[in-house]
Design a protein around this ligand. Structure first.
Ligand code: PMP
Length: 405
């Protein structure tokens, strides 16, 4: 029971894929940090859009175009409310976190980079929050973290220099689960006159996010990690900064006037939304937000917190387990190794028992280098996971241990 009104079975019933069998076993899906499964409401919204509502938005004079435009712009307001943005035009739809960060890196660099530019990142960033800055020409200044996976604030303070252009940091680490203290990071960066981009890919589905309370300048996330469709994401940026940045891509809809001599750009947010967006996926994202709010974000956090606690306890009791990421504030991610076994072997054996986990470096190679390991096994929980599934994982690990020796 999640709370008095919504039972766990009610929630699981909304996710048809959870009834799947894999290799003759009921699917135990513990790869939610990679992507969450989708509730019926999202699947049906996509189906309905393509059956009855498909049209290109904004430019059409006809009924379907007007309806699609309204539905698309409604979701912008839903996202605005979800993350507490001041204006709906501060919400830009992208393909996902990766494109959101590439957008900011490219436009921000054009506007503010001078040739000697540094970006402070945490040492636990996803490659998506490292490589775009390198492509933009920045030198990375990584903030170290403790063995438990907690950022070193003293060391961070030392990294600021006159060449620091931006701090780019994840709200929650996809490998360690660490929830970083964004408000404190923003306060430190702003005291140096440096703006902050937050990679919220692993945060939005797990906790209440309020970009105004956090004070961050950019906040990026993906629909598919929050029960929504693949192919849609969000770049939130503060209006004042977005007005300063040049467009990312050129094309339809992002212009005000085009001649062969000169082009002027559209207002926010359209300046950053060149071409036909993934309208159906945006509409699906709206349904995902409704799902999350229907369950209640506090209820989601409580359920996942319970699973993390229970899984940590159950797996710690097994022999030879090594854990990576023991920060006091964590999302529901458990990264571990079993003795000296290669994570891929563990993942493959678990898969034979119907248990889906992720193995490898999780697109965070610097984290693996930090611990001197090739990768980890990662179990990550969503609101529809249960203690019984944690038991299944623990039992399966116990069973495969002799095979790994
Ligand atoms: N940042 C973090 C912390 C992530 O976990 C991920 C996805 N694994 C990304 C960025 C990239 O997200 P996407 O692939 O949806 O663009």
């Amino acid at each position: 029971m999640i709370d008095g009104t919504i039972g766990m079975q009610d929630i699981r019933n909304q996710f048809p894929i959870l009834d799947t069998e894999v290799h003759g076993h009921p699917l135990v899906y513990l790869d939610n940090a990679a992507t969450t499964q989708k509730p019926v409401a999202v699947i049906e919204a996509l189906d309905k859009y393509y059956r009855c509502g498909n049209a290109n938005i904004h430019r059409g004079a006809h009924h379907l175009a007007a309806e699609a435009t309204e539905a698309y712009e409604n979701v912008r307001r839903q996202v605005q409310a979800l993350i507490g943005a001041r204006h709906s035009h501060e919400i830009v739809f992208t393909r996902g976190t990766t494109e959101s960060i590439n957008l900011v890196a490219s436009s921000f660099a054009k506007r503010y980079f001078t040739g000697e530019d540094e970006v402070i990142v945490s040492g636990m960033e996803h490659h998506s929050n490292i490589v775009p800055w390198q492509l933009a020409g920045a030198t990375m200044r990584p903030v170290p973290f403790s063995d438990d996976g907690v950022l070193d604030f003293k060391a961070m303070e030392q990294l600021f220099s006159p060449r620091t252009r931006l701090v780019a940091v994840c709200h929650a680490s996809n490998t360690l689960g660490t929830i970083n203290p964004i408000k404190e990071i923003v306060d430190m960066a702003h005291s140096h006159g440096v703006p902050v981009l937050v990679d919220g890919a692993q945060a939005v589905s797990h906790m209440k996010v309020d970009v105004q309370a956090l004070g961050c300048d950019f906040y990026c996330f993906s629909g598919h990690k929050m029960y929504g469709p693949m192919g849609v994401g969000v770049m939130y940026g503060r209006e004042e900064l977005l007005n300063e940045l040049p467009p990312y891509q050129g094309g339809g809809e992002m212009i005000s006037e085009v001649t062969f001599e000169r082009t002027t750009y559209n207002e926010l947010p359209f300046k950053f939304e060149a071409g036909t967006p993934s309208v159906g996926d945006v509409i699906g994202l709206g349904k995902a937000i409704e799902f999350m709010l229907g369950v209640g974000i506090d209820n989601i956090a409580a359920q996942e917190g319970d699973l993390l606690h229970y899984a940590t306890e159950r797996l710690t009791a097994l022999p030879g387990m090594r854990f990576f990421g023991r920060a006091p504030h964590k999302t529901s991610v458990l990264s571990f190794l079993v003795g000296t076994s290669h994570p891929y072997d563990v993942g493959t054996l678990l898969d034979q028992m119907g248990i889906a986990v992720r193995t490898g470096h999780h697109c965070t190679q610097p984290v693996m280098d930090r611990y001197g390991i090739p990768g980890t096994v990662r179990a990550s929980f969503a609101v529809y996971n249960t203690r019984a599934e944690v038991d299944a994982l623990a039992a399966a690990l116990e069973r495969i241990m002799p095979m790994l020796e």
